[in-house]
Ligand binder design. Structure first.
Ligand code: SF4
Length: 216
């Protein structure tokens, strides 16, 4: 089954996901930094703390005392590390002129800039590019590796950039790649969380006909 057919099957089964869960591009960026190694619910709690403290802005986060910031971020786990990473990101964001200035950057340059921030890896950078800046980059995460390995389309051990190339090339003819990549990543996440889990529930899987392994 082609990448597009897999998308169509997932979309038909789950419907539009309307990601990313965030009210502003800056909130999306903060969520992308905080979501590393934790469940989204915990990220929501940390963002809620920032909102309650009137601290959901790059300037406030940079100015905040590290211990205070860590307390706000505590629900997201690894909060001391994440406080440092978020400060690094916000400092870089302000230095580049903020959202309006970054909007004018070509995608490759913007990706390179995001990856230059200490604590921002390829998945976080691509979350930000796709969901905060509407750039056509395909986000690769552990769910993507697991699902497409089981479907027999990848080995699962490929380098991040190799997988990104496979998906972006395989879907290059789509008319609106930003919208497609946005929905596709969200659909992969919901399917991998609910059905193609560590112990998969193949009996209810909409992709069972295409699956090579039908099991872990
Ligand atoms: S059939 Fe099972 S292993 Fe294959 S994609 Fe579906 S849930 Fe995952």
């Amino acid at each position: 089954m082609s990448l597009k057919k897999i998308y169509n099957t997932l979309f038909k089964n789950y419907g539009p996901q309307n990601w990313w869960p965030g009210d502003t591009p800056f909130e999306v960026m903060v969520g992308a930094v905080l979501t590393q190694n934790t469940a989204w619910l915990n990220v929501e709690r940390a963002i809620h703390n920032l909102v309650e403290a009137n601290a959901l802005s790059a300037e406030t986060i940079v100015a905040a005392h590290p211990k205070r910031l860590a307390v706000w971020l505590k629900p997201s786990g690894y909060f001391n590390i994440k406080a440092k990473r978020l400060k690094n990101y916000c400092r870089w964001y302000i230095e580049q002129g903020g959202y309006e200035a970054l909007l004018g950057w070509p995608t490759d340059e913007l990706r390179h800039g995001l990856l230059s921030v200490n604590g921002v890896g390829p998945e976080t950078a691509d979350d930000i590019l796709l969901y905060a800046f509407d750039r056509p980059v395909f986000v690769i995460d552990a769910y993507t590796r697991r699902l497409f390995r089981r479907l027999g389309l990848i080995e699962g051990s490929e380098h991040y950039e190799e997988l990104r190339r496979i998906f972006e090339t395989g879907l290059r003819s789509a008319s609106d790649r930003v919208q497609l990549f946005n929905e596709y990543h969200a659909l992969i996440v919901i399917h991998a969380k609910d059905v193609c889990k560590t112990k998969p529930n193949c009996q209810v899987c909409c992709l069972i006909q295409a699956c090579q392994v039908k099991g872990p």
